[in-house]
Design a protein around this ligand. Structure first.
Ligand code: SF4
Ligand code: SF4
Length: 444
C-alpha cells in the first residue's frame, strides 16, 4: 500500500507552520538540478495557468433607474459592447440583470472587447452604459464597479489542460484567433498556447484532488470550481469556475487583440494537496514531460507531437520581455516608423509605448514587440521548436508563464497565511462530450 496523508493532517501542518508548500515552478527548478523529490518532501503544490480563455462570461446586476420609471430594460450596452439582458425581468423595479460574453466586441471600436471591459470594471474605471426600455425610453449613464451590487465571472471553459502549437503549412498567410497578424505560410513560424508543467489539470489529470467545490484563484479572486467546462474531454479537461469580479486584480485579466478580433485573458491558480503517492506521481515536475501537439492552424490536424520543454524548459528562453535601456533616446526618438510604430500598434494588450516602454501590469510577454521592431528595442528569446528535422521559430505566445507563476506564488503565500482554504472537493466533475451521430440515432 502506498504512503498517504489526510487532508486534516495537511490542514494542521498549515496552521502550525510546518507544511511544505511548493509552487509547480519550484518543483520544475528542483527537478532540473537532478535532486530527487519524494512524497515526504511536499504537502501542497500550487499550480496556475494564464492564457486566452474564450469561454468567459460575467453576470452583473445594478440599478439603472428609479422604481416605476419604466417596465423593463430591453437592450443594454456597456462601452458599446452589447450585453444580454435577463433572465430576470425585474419588472418596474428600475434594476437590470445581464450577462456579458467576454469575446464580444464593441460596436464602435473593433479593438475593444468585453475582456477589456471586465478589466476596466475591475480597475474601477468609469464605464458608459446605454439602455433602452420596452417603452422606448433611452437611458445613458456612467458607472463604476462601485455602482454594481452583483458582479461575478462565470468561466464556462477555464484552465484547459494545456493546448496546441500552431503552424501554417499552406502557401497563403492565414488570419486566426491564434495569431496577432496573419500567420506566415510554408511552415515558417509557430504560435502556441499552454504554460506546460505548471498547469493545474496537467498535475491532477484524473481530478483526484480538484473537483466540484474546490477553491481556486480566478484572476486573483477566491472562486470555486463548479464542474467541467464545455469541450472538456478525458484527455483534455477544462473547468467551469465562478468568482467575484469585486475581488479580482486587473493585472491577471484583460483583452488581447488577435488577427480575428479581441480575445480575453484569464489566470487560474489551484492548490494540489498531496494526499498519497498516486497524487504525487501525477505531478509533472518538468516541461519535457508534457506533450505539445503541433497542429495545422486550419482544421487543427496534428502534424507531430513535441513537448513543452522546447518552449518553456530551456535556459535560453526568456519568460519576461523587456525593453533595452534608454531605448527611447537611442532608437525610438529618431525612428522613421515612430508615428506608426509596429510594436506599439500590434501589441495585443496595449502594453507597449515608444515613450514609456512596456507597462508591466498590461504586458502578457507574448513576444510580438520583439519581432515587430526592426531596431530590436524589445528583448526576449522566444525560442524555437525542433520537429521532424526542421527548426521553426516561435513568433507568438498565447500563454503567459510569468503571469501564471506570479499567481501561483500569490496562492502559496495565501495558503501559508491561512487565507486560502486547502480542502477536498465534494465530487468529481462529470465530463460531458459530444455524442457521435450514430450514438444520437440510437438515443444514447
Ligand atoms: S519600437 Fe522600434 S519600430 Fe517602434 S519607434 Fe521604436 S525603434 Fe521604431
Ligand atoms: S511582449 Fe510586447 S507585444 Fe507582447 S504584450 Fe508585452 S509589450 Fe505587448
Amino acid at each position: 500500500m502506498g504512503k498517504k496523508r489526510s487532508i486534516e493532517e495537511i490542514k494542521k501542518k498549515i496552521s502550525d507552520g510546518s507544511a511544505v508548500i511548493m509552487t509547480a515552478q519550484e518543483l520544475c527548478q528542483v527537478a532540473k538540478t537532478g535532486k530527487k523529490i519524494s512524497f515526504e518532501d511536499v504537502d501542497v503544490v500550487t499550480t496556475a495557468t494564464k492564457g486566452l480563455m474564450s469561454g468567459t462570461s460575467a453576470i452583473l446586476a445594478f440599478r439603472i433607474g428609479n422604481p416605476k420609471e419604466f417596465v423593463k430594460v430591453k437592450s443594454l450596452s456597456m462601452n458599446d459592447i452589447p450585453c444580454y439582458v435577463g433572465p430576470c425581468p425585474n419588472e418596474t423595479l428600475g434594476l437590470v440583470d445581464l450577462i456579458i460574453y467576454a469575446t464580444d466586441t464593441s460596436t464602435s471600436n473593433p479593438d475593444y472587447g468585453a475582456g477589456h471591459l471586465l478589466r476596466d470594471l475591475v480597475a474601477h474605471k468609469p464605464v458608459n452604459v446605454k439602455a433602452k426600455t420596452i417603452e422606448g425610453i433611452e437611458i445613458k449613464k456612467n458607472l463604476t464597479i462601485n455602482d454594481i451590487y452583483f458582479a461575478k465571472m462565470l468561466g464556462i471553459r477555464h484552465g484547459f489542460k494545456n493546448y496546441n502549437a500552431f503552424i501554417n503549412p499552406s502557401e497563403e498567410p492565414i488570419k486566426s484567433i491564434f495569431t496577432v497578424m496573419d500567420m506566415a505560410p510554408n511552415l515558417s513560424e509557430i504560435s502556441f498556447c499552454g504554460v506546460g508543467a505548471i498547469n493545474p489539470l496537467e498535475n491532477d489529470p484524473n481530478f483526484d484532488v480538484l473537483g466540484i467545490g474546490s477553491p481556486v484563484l480566478v484572476n486573483g479572486a477566491l472562486g470555486y470550481i463548479i464542474g467541467s467546462g464545455t469541450r472538456s474531454s478525458q484527455e483534455r479537461p477544462n473547468l467551469m469556475t465562478i468568482a467575484s469580479l469585486f475581488d479580482m486584480k486587473p493585472e491577471y485579466m484583460g483583452g488581447f487583440k488577435t488577427a480575428r478580433g479581441p480575445e480575453v485573458i484569464c489566470t487560474i491558480a489551484a492548490a494540489i494537496p498531496i494526499l498519497n503517492e498516486e497524487v504525487f506521481n501525477n505531478l509533472k515536475m518538468e516541461d519535457k514531460n508534457v506533450a505539445l501537439n503541433l497542429v495545422d492552424i486550419v482544421g487543427r490536424k496534428v502534424i507531430t507531437t513535441v513537448d513543452y520543454g522546447q518552449v518553456w524548459g530551456k535556459k535560453s528562453i526568456d519568460l519576461v520581455i523587456r525593453t533595452k535601456d534608454n531605448f527611447q533616446k537611442l532608437h525610438c526618438e529618431n525612428c522613421e516608423m515612430n508615428s506608426e510604430c509596429p510594436a506599439e500598434k500590434l501589441c495585443p494588450t496595449e502594453a507597449f509605448s515608444t515613450k514609456t516602454g512596456i507597462n508591466r501590469l498590461l504586458c502578457f510577454n507574448c513576444g510580438t514587440c520583439v519581432w515587430t521592431c526592426p531596431k530590436e528595442v524589445a528583448e526576449g528569446r522566444l525560442g524555437e521548436i525542433e520537429w521532424n528535422g526542421k527548426i521553426t521559430p516561435v513568433r507568438l505566445r498565447q500563454s503567459d508563464r510569468n503571469g501564471a507563476i506570479r499567481l501561483m506564488n500569490e496562492l502559496k503565500v495565501q495558503i501559508i497565511r491561512g487565507y486560502f482554504p486547502v480542502t477536498l472537493p465534494t465530487s468529481k466533475p462529470e465530463i460531458f462530450t459530444e455524442k457521435l451521430e450514430d450514438e444520437r440515432e440510437e438515443g444514447n
